[in-house]
Design a protein. Structure first.
Length: 255
């Protein structure tokens, strides 16, 4: 597998910190929800390593969501249509689909919304009942929320109460999981949030899959930068063994 040269076919700035980048090349981007790509641009002499981004879409074009938090992400956010973008992937493992009698509950925090938006679109195509719970610090940190609300039931929480319910995303998840239904939970976001989502899911007998975020330089298990330990003390790599894991295998959980 090698990097293919693509071009930015669309770039949409979202607020002051986020950008949606769509890229198109000679080959299809045949990814599934939960998989990721390694991205690098033509950045001159800047010594910037490739970055991993979850896919938001795949097919004729691929798409990623970028938050402007440093030199590399700032360069990506400020690219223009027609600029070259080098892409490796799709890489990693995707989410597994729920059983037909389960409601899929998608729990996103921050840019963790990216693979879950992709998953929501996939679930809609398969007519699977879905509830999307999206949490953020404030209303400025909810990229793609309008698009999500058009395709599935969306419940928003913000820590400052500027949009949706005031509180944490896990508050809304707890309320939902305690109802009399069968759920399968999918999540991506900050590590502490994922652990709390996993604990709530275990407590309420719901299967939970989490997509982990981790710094990595290669995406193929060579650099060893994304190593984690599972509950048995075995080393796993987010890039090749994940990024999607059963929450109970990486966090354990309440009994």
């Amino acid at each position: 597998m090698k990097y293919q040269k693509t071009e930015i076919s669309k770039i949409i700035r979202i607020g002051t910190e986020y950008a949606y980048l769509q890229f198109t090349g000679d080959s299809l981007v045949e990814g599934e929800p939960g998989q990721f790509v390694m991205i690098r641009g033509s950045w001159g002499n800047d010594p910037i390593l490739p970055r991993a981004f979850s896919l938001v879409e795949s097919g004729t074009s691929g798409g990623i969501l970028v938050r402007d938090v440093g030199i590399g992400t700032s360069l990506l956010c400020n690219m223009k249509e027609g600029d070259p973008l080098f892409v490796l992937g799709p890489l990693g493992s995707p989410y597994e689909m729920p059983e037909t009698d389960e409601t899929a509950v998608l729990v996103a925090g921050g840019v963790g919304v990216a693979p879950l938006f992709f998953l929501a679109k996939h679930l809609r195509k398969h007519n699977i009942k879905t509830v999307f719970i999206y949490g953020a610090r404030t209303s400025e940190d909810l990229p793609l929320s309008d698009e999500i609300g058009k395709i599935t039931e969306l419940r928003v929480t913000t820590e400052d109460g500027t949009t949706g319910k005031k509180g944490l995303v896990t508050d809304e998840l707890k309320t939902l999981l305690e109802t009399d239904s069968k759920f399968s939970v999918y999540s991506c976001g900050p590590h502490k949030m994922l652990q709390a989502v996993g604990d709530l899911s275990t407590k309420n007998s719901a299967r939970c899959q989490v997509a982990l975020e981790s710094p990595m330089a290669c995406g193929m298990g060579t650099c060893k930068g994304c190593a984690i330990k599972d509950v048995d003390g075995n080393f796993k790599y987010v890039c090749t063994d994940g990024p999607v894991f059963e929450a109970a295998r990486v966090f354990g959980g309440q009994k």
